[in-house]
Ligand binder design. Structure first.
Ligand code: ADP
Ligand code: MG
Length: 482
């Protein structure tokens, strides 16, 4: 068992209280590490360090220098890919192949923002006055970042990359379930030239450690990815100081299959859309909408294939689905499986294997009514709800009948139909004939109760920038008003 420490002001340290919490391997249910249980006092120290680092130099660092640091961070992740992927899998449960992909994705994200750092520009604005008017971009200051447990290091990269490129300093809190990969990466922060205090990693529980980050008056902006429930708490707390917030919350994303879609590709896409990463994906295609004339065949084909998914320890290379992240999450998914059995019919799974590890079976419910609990609430596990539809209008009506609007996908060979449906969907990310590919260059975020603000691409950096208008008078004379 390992003892981890937080990373504050360039040093590893314990919580002021000395308290710790346990971190588990979801495949064995065993404690693999302890981490400091940070609270308000630790957050205050981290914010003070981030503030000193911001005013003491980081905001004046050239974009080239910030960019180079991000590129070096990417290099370190690539050099340590296998080791970091192993930690990620041990801690989160996800298949090792997916963790390796996540490490590559994290490195690519830092590379992208390393390059973007030098391309943050303002504008010169045409005005009727005899003046030069500009809009320049400036870093906001100390950013607070709170991240979830489903993609631990990748979510950290998605948030740290743009914040550092913008010139902000950061206090980041990984999820209490999965703090290890980021803490491990922090061991390299000094070597790549990141000055003390620029990135502070605090660990602890949501209300006790995340809460004080949101409430701290010196934190200018909060970026959060997690549940809608916590998103609301964060927004309420941030309102006290009218703090800027970006929220990437849950979803109940529709994956829509028309009868003219390539059948094999469609079945594959339906499974991939909701079973990748054990279904612990905010953009999971958890509502599978299928046109009536292929419905029965589609459900049968999905069920047959779902039963062949290899569920097992993430660390084994053949594993296609690992355990869920925690006992709490496993219980939550098990509850929804039971609700589903009352609300709809079971085509595959519906239970959990016996023995150690927080596993559940890949589960498919069909003949689901869109108003059912399993069609309306985010489950965040490998549970697919299949819903039949008649025609295009009917598909759109069902697709949009949810409080969420993160993602959606449509499968058809008819380009006119594809675009009509894309236009009708209320979602921040829409795929055609695919589901889940995530481009670091493109905007990521939701409509409706899936939150607001956008991550990735240049949109991601905007979230950390202020806009300053500068008016330079060219009339060398008194105003002449009085
Ligand atoms: P889940 O319920 O699946 O764990 P959450 O939305 O609760 O998802 O957690 C996402 C992140 O938000 C985690 O880092 C967690 O510690 C943090 N968090 C949870 N509750 C709060 C809170 N009240 N204030 C700030 N952060 C919180
Ligand atoms: Mg929670």
């Amino acid at each position: 068992m390992k003892t981890y420490q937080m990373y504050v002001d360039g040093k590893f340290c314990d919580a002021a209280s000395g308290k710790t919490f346990n971190v588990f391997d979801p495949a064995t249910e065993e404690v693999i590490a302890t981490c400091p249980a940070g609270e308000a006092a630790d957050v205050a120290r981290a914010v003070a360090a981030a503030k000193r680092a911001f005013y003491g130099g980081w905001r004046g660092t050239s974009a080239q220098e910030r960019g180079r640091i991000l590129l070096r961070l990417a290099e370190r992740i690539r050099a340590r890919r296998d080791e970091l992927a192993r930690i990620e899998t041990l801690n989160s449960g996800k298949p090792i192949v997916e963790s390796e992909y996540d490490m590559d994705d994290s490195a690519t994200c830092f590379e992208y923002y390393g390059g973007l750092a030098t391309k943050i520009n303002g504008e010169v604005i045409q005005v009727p006055a005899n003046a030069v008017v500009m809009a320049v971009k400036e870093p906001m200051g100390v950013a607070g970042q709170i991240i979830p447990w489903n993609y631990p290091l990748a979510m950290a990269a998605w948030k740290l990359g743009p914040a550092l490129a913008a010139g902000c300093t950061v206090v980041i809190k990984p999820a209490e379930q999965t703090p290890l990969s980021l803490l491990d990466l922090a061991r390299d922060f000094e070597a790549i030239g990141l000055p003390p205090g620029v990135v502070n990693v605090v660990t602890g529980m949501g209300p006790e450690c995340g809460g004080p980050i949101v409430a701290h008056p010196d934190v200018r902006k909060i970026a959060f990815t997690g549940s809608a429930e916590v998103g609301k708490i964060i927004m309420r707390s941030a309102a006290d100081q009218l703090k800027r917030v970006s929220l990437e919350l849950g979803g109940k994303s529709p994956n829509i299959f028309f009868s003219d879609a390539d059948f094999e590709a469609a079945v594959d896409g339906a499974l991939f859309g909701v079973f990748i990463n054990q279904g612990e994906v905010c953009s999971a295609g958890s509502r599978v909408l299928v046109q009536q004339d292929i419905y029965k065949r589609f459900v049968d084909a999905c069920a047959a294939k779902a039963k062949t998914i290899k569920v097992g320890p993430g660390i084994e290379r053949e594993t296609k689905m690992g355990p869920l992240v925690s006992a709490e999450q496993r219980d939550r998914v098990r509850r929804y499986q039971e609700i589903g059995k009352r609300e709809a019919k079971v085509a595959a799974g519906g239970g959990a294997p016996k023995g150690k590890g927080w596993y559940v079976e890949p589960t498919i419910f069909y003949d689901v009514d869109n108003s059912a609990t399993i069609a309306q609430e985010e489950i965040f596990g490998p549970v697919m709800s299949v819903i039949p539809f008649k025609d295009e209008a009917h598909a759109l009506e069902i697709a949009n009948a949810t409080p969420y609007g993160l993602a959606a996908a449509v499968w058809t060979r008819d380009i006119f139909k594809a675009f009509r449906v894309v236009k009708g969907l209320e979602a921040g990310i829409v795929w055609v004939n695919h589901m889940q590919p995530t481009m670091l260059e493109a905007p990521w975020g939701g409509y409706k109760m899936s939150g607001f603000g956008r991550e990735l691409g240049h949109w991601g950096v905007e979230e950390y920038l202020e806009t300053k208008q500068i008016y330079i008078n060219l009339d060398e004379a008194p105003i002449g008003w009085y």
